[in-house]
Design a protein around this ligand. Structure first.
Ligand code: BGC
Length: 745
């Protein structure tokens, strides 16, 4: 019915950019049930008779607004207390009207706020009534004077809500489809107390909450009417201990409040920040009471299903950082980072992290919604834009390797983790079109040469300060073309479709890959192209290329050992350290352990010098950094231009810890953990491991612990009705049924 309601907007000038759309709704009798359906171009809160309805934050969430916008459904019977009820939709700019940074840095969706409402009243005597937005709605000014996702919010708590005029019908949104909430609701989650007050060398008063996150700070304060509170946010302090905001780039992340004079609870309504610290730029009180400050995490309300601990405290901290990286970047869409003027649904980041994400949380609904936007945004020729929602109209004419491939890899991973076939059904056409787009591109039918790519983004092997790694991009693009077509064969099997087309295509791509990019069992440089037109050295034999070739099986079995030992040599020559970027990092540990070098994988996992996972942990990180060396040994930063301290991509290492160290692997013919292989790879340096996941069948757990001697005790829990094949390092193999199993070896 909400589809029959009219979008309304305010044609009047107003002192606040946030607006309140209101109507008095009469209740004609005793109410049995009342349901409100609401959406907005902007972000909104619903209030009835002055009471906030529900606990959703930043509704209606972020979708491909030009094509589809979610509406939310609320049970509101208990709010309609009077004969006349004041029904208000309080709306701020959000993602639709605020700045979201695109290629051109302009706002992209709408130039005014609009809301749409349908209210269904069911009376005790059986009558029903619909109240739809349209004529007769009023507009009022808001205490939220301005609000931007990137810049923060200004609230004047002394301001009276002023009548502005009648709302008008908005016909500009006729082409936008209203869809029921598909994703998880965005909600306030953890509440963290302030840890300490710091006075920096510059004399700034800074509060440290001890945890980088996405959300906002809530402050309880009783000041004098008209006094101001102004806060800045930061993820880190600089080498001198001063407040550092340069890495936010153009995002101001500033909160400004004018106090009412009463007991105020300050927090933004229509924005969020990515931060660990706040600076009190203006604060009326000399004495700071830390208990008045709370850091509130805000993210999609996904169910936590994974848990992990081990005997190495640094790895435990790495795990917590990965969890916080996910919390901070799963705010309605999977974002690259939650703080600078970006916070976009970068496809590559999501592709890299989605397996780990699905081990930590049930992300099925979350990804299904985002994939819905990917379908909506796929271009005519099949190209998947670099960011979804494609707020910026990226001009790429073909998909970027590993970024665009999210179109295949994310649905596949979500299917594997959840067993929900519908994610493959819904996305099959998009997946097929993505493959055909690459297939049709360039002059090599079975390779992907010359596209627009980011390559092994942020890898360390091209030289200091460069964004693009050294690995030849056409090699990577063709390797992914082979991998994604191999996934299409599997997808077709699951959906009962004919597999011949993709089998043949995959065979041809593999042959072409070997012809263009392999020589004597090692990767070779193809001289004609390199897709990245940047000044950087281009190499064929890198940690990333070797890892990808091994993982995607682009070699003959007889070539494996040479590739794997070359990989080990490159790692050792680099001081047992990584050189991989976004593409190589998720694969390298698997490539090692799948080829008999689990010990080298552990060496990398436990490496403490940069580039390594533990380097950031040992430098105080509470989330995953964008660069291996976001903060250098000497305390200086990577350039301010691209230096997020909350980028989840390298957190993808948890899928190795869970899948190989603890050894829990889903079988492709038992998606959703109905069938699995449990093949732990213990290492004394971790002492013990305890990893679990709460699947739809029940809890799967794999734990191992070293005893005093050489003996290791394994404890495995398999849910009833599921099957697990246990493979121990000794080579012993057994079938486990549902139940708790203890094995010593
Ligand atoms: C983002 C990345 C993203 C990349 C593409 C950056 O600005 O933060 O995480 O994938 O651009 O190269």
């Amino acid at each position: 019915m909400i589809q029959k309601a009219s979008w309304i907007w305010s044609p009047h000038a107003c002192e606040s950019t946030a607006l309140i759309f209101a109507k008095n709704i009469a209740r004609r009798g005793r109410i049995k049930a009342a349901t409100a359906y609401v959406s907005a171009m902007g972000v909104y809160e619903l209030n009835i008779n002055g009471r906030r309805v529900g606990d959703a934050v930043l509704a209606p969430g972020w979708t491909s607004y030009k094509k589809r916008v979610q509406y939310q459904r609320y049970d509101v019977g208990e709010y309609l207390t009077d004969a006349e009820n004041e029904f208000c939709v309080h709306c701020g700019k959000g993602w639709a009207m605020g700045l979201v940074r695109g290629e051109d840095r302009r706002r992209v969706y709408v130039d005014h706020l609009s809301v749409v409402v349908a209210l269904h009243l069911c009376y005790e005597d059986g009558r029903e009534e619909w109240v739809l937005s349209g004529e007769g709605w009023q507009v009022y000014s808001s205490q939220v004077l301005d609000s931007e996702i990137y810049n923060g919010e200004t609230q004047d708590l002394t301001a009276e809500s002023r009548y502005i005029g009648e709302a008008a019908l908005d016909t500009t949104l006729a082409g936008v489809e209203l869809i029921p909430q598909e994703g998880e609701w965005i909600k306030e989650q953890e509440r963290l107390p302030a840890k300490q007050m710091i006075v920096t060398p510059k004399g700034e008063r800074v509060i440290d909450f001890g945890q980088n996150l996405a959300g906002y700070v809530e402050i309880r304060i009783k000041g004098r009417r008209g006094e101001r509170v102004v806060l800045s946010h930061a993820e880190v302090l600089d080498g001198d201990g001063n407040f550092y905001t340069d890495n936010y780039r153009d995002a101001k992340n500033k909160m400004q409040y004018i106090l009412s004079g009463g007991e105020d609870v300050l927090k933004p309504k229509f924005t969020f920040q990515g931060y660990r610290y706040i600076r009190l730029d203006e604060f009326p009180q000399k004495e700071i009471r830390l208990t008045d400050f709370t850091s509130v995490a805000v993210y999609s309300d996904m169910k936590r299903i994974g848990d992990f601990s081990c005997g190495n405290e640094n790895i435990n901290q790495l795990y917590r950082n990965i969890i916080w990286g996910q919390r901070s970047n799963f705010l309605d869409i999977p974002t690259d980072c939650p703080q600078r003027d970006e916070r976009l649904g970068w496809t590559g980041d999501a592709e890299v992290f989605c397996r780990t994400a699905a081990i930590n949380y049930d992300v099925t609904r979350f990804f299904k919604k985002w994939l819905g936007d990917m379908r909506a945004e796929q271009k005519e020729n099949g190209t998947v834009p670099h960011v979804i929602p494609d707020c910026s109209g990226f001009s790429n004419k073909s998909p970027a390797v590993a970024w665009g491939d999210a179109a295949i890899i994310c649905p596949w991973e979500i299917y594997l983790a959840s067993g929900d076939r519908s994610v493959l059904e819904q996305n099959f056409d998009m997946m097929a079109r993505h493959i055909e787009c690459i297939h049709a591109f360039g002059d090599e039918e079975f390779a992907y040469m010359g596209g627009t790519h980011f390559g092994d983004w942020l890898a360390m092997d091209a030289g200091e300060g460069l964004y693009y790694g050294a690995t030849q991009t056409d090699l990577l693009a063709t390797a992914y073309f082979a991998y994604t077509t191999s996934l299409m064969v599997k997808v077709c099997k699951v959906l009962g479709k004919d597999t011949v087309y993709y089998e043949t295509l995959n065979k041809n791509i593999r042959a072409c890959f070997r012809r263009l990019f392999m020589e004597n069992g090692l990767p070779k440089l193809y001289p004609k192209y390199d897709a990245l037109a940047t000044n950087r050295p281009v190499k064929a034999v890198t940690q990333t290329s070797l890892s990808v070739i091994l993982r995607f099986g682009l070699c003959e079995e007889s070539e494996r050992e040479r590739l794997a030992s070359t990989l080990v040599r490159l790692i050792r020559d680099n001081g047992t350290r990584l050189t991989t970027g976004f593409i190589g990092t998720p694969h390298i540990l698997h490539a090692l352990s799948e080829n008999g070098y689990a010990d080298v994988a552990y060496d990398l996992l436990l490496q403490e010098k940069s580039p390594s996972w533990l380097y950031s942990v040992l430098h105080g990180a509470t989330t995953i950094w964008e660069h291996w060396d976001s903060i250098k040994e000497d305390g200086s930063f990577w350039s301010a231009d691209m230096n997020s301290f909350n980028h989840y991509a390298y957190g993808s290492v948890y899928d190795w810890i869970f899948g190989v160290a603890a050894g829990i692997q889903i079988c492709e013919d038992g998606a959703g953990y109905e069938k699995m292989v449990i093949a732990p790879h213990p290492d004394r340096r971790l002492g013990h491991i305890n990893a679990s996941i709460d699947t739809k069948f029940g809890v799967v757990r794999s734990a191992w612990v070293y005893g005093d001697g050489e003996e290791i005790t394994y404890e495995i829990t398999v849910p009833q009705g599921c099957l697990a094949t246990l493979r121990l390092p000794s080579g012993k193999q057994s079938e486990l049924e549902g139940g708790h199993h203890i094995i010593k070896e």
